[in-house]
Design a protein around this ligand. Structure first.
Ligand code: ZN
Length: 315
């Protein structure tokens, strides 16, 4: 595979689908994942190992992981809320798993029904379990600091809490920390400041990814700010699937097609064929007829004379 500059990590099948009323069929999920991997996307978060009664949209995650693992070259990731979820994820064969640790403790209780110390306890158990496995069977494990830029329940969150939790994740043995703008509150200056502070706390190589939402239209500005601070993995969702119940007309995650257009037109290698990605959008739209998809690039089409891998240099 060719070298890339930025890893675009597709989270639509998890973050996108979990917030929709529509339950996408297992076959449609498989088709989506297969087509997006074929378009060159190298990492996909395919689901969440939460109890099916809480999130029926994610009930087939084990099967989806097993299927996705048959696709050559694809890194298969999943969200795990706790130790039991992590064990199930490992059993299904994930390459990588993330556990959300919400910086806002109010959000943590609402989301996982756990305090910070309870979530950290789950993480400790997961790391011990991973370390008990044969080296070849150990997935990567990241703690994602959710609501790191603000919380719909608590409002602003203290940066010192972000740093303290980041430090604790490292002490417990997480491979990486991630930063998540779960609520779409972040702005580019804040993104830059927090990335610098967290890197200072945990080391440059332990913070490489960011998860952004486009709730107030700042998603791509935030993505660019993160890139300028050395972030190399950006989460995004095809067609911005997921929406946001609190901001009608705003997409959920940043839109994969628009992100790839930005990176590609800047001459940054993603390994993704943008035209093929736009075809995937059309396919997924057909399997979600009642849902709204977002994104400027799909609506407007590519500029005249556009070629994958660079734009804006004429003559
Ligand atoms: Zn999210």
């Amino acid at each position: 595979m060719t070298e890339i500059d930025v890893l675009v990590s597709e989270v639509g099948p998890r973050d996108g689908l979990q917030s929709l009323d529509t339950i996408m069929s297992t076959d449609a999920k498989k088709r989506w994942i297969k087509a997006e991997a074929a378009a060159g996307v190298r990492e996909i978060e395919v689901g969440s190992f939460v109890p099916a009664k809480l999130l029926p949209q994610m009930a087939d995650t084990g099967e989806i992981v097993k299927y996705a693992k048959t696709i050559p070259g694809l890194t298969v990731t999943a969200l795990v809320p706790n130790f039991i979820g992590a064990k199930n994820a490992i059993k299904a064969g994930v390459d990588k798993m993330c556990l959300p640790l919400s910086v806002s403790e109010t959000h943590s209780r609402a989301n996982l029904r756990k305090s910070h110390s309870e979530v950290l306890g789950e993480i400790e158990n997961i790391v011990q379990y991973i370390n008990s496995l044969e080296a070849t069977k150990r997935p990567e494990f990241a703690g994602n600091l959710a609501t790191a830029f603000g919380c719909t329940l608590e409002g602003p969150v203290a940066e010192k809490t972000v740093l303290s939790l980041a430090g604790q994740l490292m002490e417990l043995g997480c491979g990486e920390v991630g930063l998540s703008d779960t609520t779409g509150y972040a702005n580019p200056a804040q993104i830059k400041r927090l990335i610098r502070l967290v890197k200072k706390e945990v080391g440059n190589d332990r913070l490489t990814s960011i998860h952004l939402h486009n709730t107030r239209g700042l998603g791509l500005a935030n993505a660019l700010a993160a890139l300028e601070e050395g972030i190399t993995t950006l989460d995004s969702s095809l067609g911005g699937i997921g929406g946001c119940p609190f901001a009608p007309g705003a997409s959920g995650n940043i839109v994969t097609e628009d992100l790839v257009f930005m990176l590609d037109s800047m001459g940054l290698q993603t390994g993704i064929d943008l035209e093929a990605l736009i075809e995937v959008n059309r396919m997924v739209k057909q399997s979600l007829p009642k849902e709204e998809l977002y994104g400027f690039t799909v609506d407007s089409g590519l500029p005249k004379g556009y070629q994958n891998g660079g734009w804006g240099v004429a003559g």
